[in-house]
Each structure stands twice: as structure tokens, then as C-alpha cells.
Design a protein around this ligand. Structure first.
Ligand SMILES: NC(=O)c1ccc[n+]([C@@H]2O[C@H](COP(=O)([O-])OP(=O)(O)OC[C@H]3O[C@@H](n4cnc5c(N)ncnc54)[C@H](O)[C@@H]3O)[C@@H](O)[C@H]2O)c1
Length: 253
């Protein structure tokens, strides 16, 4: 697909679902992948899967919401293995509020904070930890997995999640402007519905939503992985500051 040999990728929240799919696909293109998750057992499972397929990966357990843990982990990974060339900000908390419709007026400030901490501050913490090294090496790729809900109104109950994802989209757009001259690209994937079986969740209403997707199916983690492989590649040097909608045609603008 795209040659990522000699590159190192950090994929956050890669212990399952979309992140695991992205990590596996980047590793299959030749990248050494740092598999991050909060949950060590999940991270180890993805690493095993990648290694069993004959590719390279190491687990890197930290919480993306804790800036010191993120910085320490990125520093120690650079020391023990290699500096991060490709950052995929995938860790996110869709949470019950996103999939079990719950109007904003029923939510509390601590919930607003938690959505923002994971889906927006998590992106900032990880970007901050890798940017100096990327700028020094005059090369870097930062990819953030957001959601179509960050751009367009969707189901009732996703306002907290959508606000945080929308913030991440705006952050990435501006980060791209600041880092382009350093050889760093920053792009966002506004992801549509991914198969809940593949992401470990089961929700009947997602099957109903799939009927509204023009290509006729829910997305797979590999769909996100393939776009990440392109955005991470040398061939994608001229694409930055973009929000790419990956959703089977369910939203275009
Ligand atoms: N699944 C979908 O349909 C869908 C649609 C649009 C966008 N997205 C986005 O794609 C990304 C992945 O979604 P998913 O469905 O695979 O999620 P998931 O909940 O299945 O997996 C997320 C992983 O991230 C880890 N994680 C959560 N918080 C973390 C933290 N603070 N630090 C480190 N790791 C953490 C979890 O332990 C889990 O293994 C998310 O950003 C989500 O918002 C998903």
C-alpha cells in the first residue's frame, strides 16, 4: 500500500477497535508501532497480534489526558526504541452519552470536562510531546481521529462528544498552519460509523443507521487504517490542515 519502513508510529487507544485496526495496518506497511492504551492487557493483545503477523510493535501504556505521563512515555520510547515520526490520536471516549441519546440539559459539568479531556486535551498532550522532535528532524505526521459529529448536527445526545471532536478538528487545522514549514503535516479524519462488533460494542440502533449509508455498509477499522497509511506516507507531504470525511458517503460537503 504505502511504504512506512524506517518510520515509527504511535497510535493512541490502540488496544481495540479502530485504533487496533490502524496500528495493525501501519505495522503491515513496515512501521514500528507504539501501541498505546490505558488498559495494558488490551495494548499487549494488539502487540501480540501485530507480532504474530510478522511485524513490529511495542506496548506503551499511558493515559492521554495526563500530560506528564504522555511526555515521559514518548521520551522513554525514543530512548529505548525510536522517536515518533507518525502520531495517530485515536483514543477517544464516545461514551454512553454518544450512543445512548441523552440531551445536553441532562448532563453535568464533570461530564463535559471528561469528554474534553480525552477527545481534545488528549490530542493536545500527545501533539505537544512529539512536536519538538518532529521539527528537529524536519519530518512528522499527525493524524487525529475525530467524528462527523464534530462538523454536522447528528443524533440527540452527542453534544458533549461533538463539541470536543469539533475542538480537535479546529485545533488540528491551526496546528497544520504552525507546523507546515517544519515538514510536519496535521490532518483529521472525521470518521463515520464503524462496525460495533469490530470496536467491541454492540448497539442495535447502529444497524438501523447503517441503512442510511450510501455505500451500504458500516465502516471497518481497516477503512480508517488505509487512510492513515496514506496520510502517514511520504506521498501525502502536500496534504495538511484537512478534515477528511470517511463515512461511506453519509456526509459530504
Ligand atoms: N466506533 C465508531 O463508530 C466511531 C465513529 C466516529 C469516531 N470514532 C472515534 O474513533 C476513535 C476510536 O473509537 P473506537 O470505537 O475504536 O473506541 P473504543 O472505545 O472501542 O476503543 C478506544 C480505546 O481507547 C482506550 N482509551 C480510552 N481512553 C483513553 C485514554 N485516556 N488514554 C489512553 N487510551 C484510552 C480504551 O481503553 C480503548 O481500548 C475514538 O476517538 C472515537 O471517538 C469512532
Amino acid at each position: 500500500m504505502f511504504d512506512l519502513h524506517g518510520r515509527t508510529a504511535l497510535v493512541t487507544g490502540a488496544g481495540q477497535g479502530v485504533g487496533a485496526g490502524i496500528a495493525e495496518l501501519l505495522a503491515a506497511q513496515g512501521a514500528l508501532v507504539a501501541v498505546n492504551d490505558l488498559d495494558a492487557a488490551r495494548a499487549d493483545a494488539t502487540v501480540k497480534h501485530i507480532r504474530d503477523a510478522g511485524h513490529q510493535a511495542r506496548a506503551l501504556v499511558f493515559d492521554v489526558t495526563d500530560p506528564e505521563s504522555v511526555a515521559d512515555a514518548v521520551r522513554s520510547f525514543a530512548h529505548d526504541a525510536a522517536p515518533v515520526d507518525i502520531l495517530v490520536n485515536n483514543a477517544g471516549n464516545a461514551g454512553a452519552g454518544a450512543f445512548r441519546p441523552r440531551p445536553f440539559r441532562e448532563t453535568e459539568p464533570h461530564e463535559w470536562r471528561r469528554f474534553t479531556e480525552v477527545n481534545l486535551f488528549g490530542v493536545m498532550n500527545c501533539a505537544k510531546a512529539v512536536l519538538d522532535g518532529m521539527a528537529d528532524r524536519r519530518h512528522g505526521r499527525i493524524i487525529t481521529i475525530a467524528s462527523g459529529s464534530g462538523v454536522v448536527g447528528q443524533a440527540i445526545g452527542v453534544s458533549l462528544y461533538a463539541a470536543a471532536k469539533g475542538g480537535a478538528i479546529a485545533f488540528m487545522r491551526h496546528l497544520a498552519m504552525e507546523t507546515a514549514a517544519d515538514g510536519i503535516t496535521a490532518n483529521t479524519i472525521a470518521l463515520g460509523m464503524i462496525d460495533p462488533a469490530a470496536s467491541g460494542r454492540v448497539a442495535d440502533h447502529t444497524r438501523e443507521l447503517a441503512k442510511r449509508i450510501p455505500v451500504g455498509r458500516i465502516g471497518l477499522p481497516d477503512d480508517a487504517g488505509a487512510l492513515c497509511a496514506y496520510l502517514a506516507s511520504d506521498q501525502a507531504a502536500w496534504i495538511t490542515g484537512q478534515t477528511l470525511h470517511l463515512n461511506g458517503g453519509s456526509y459530504t460537503s
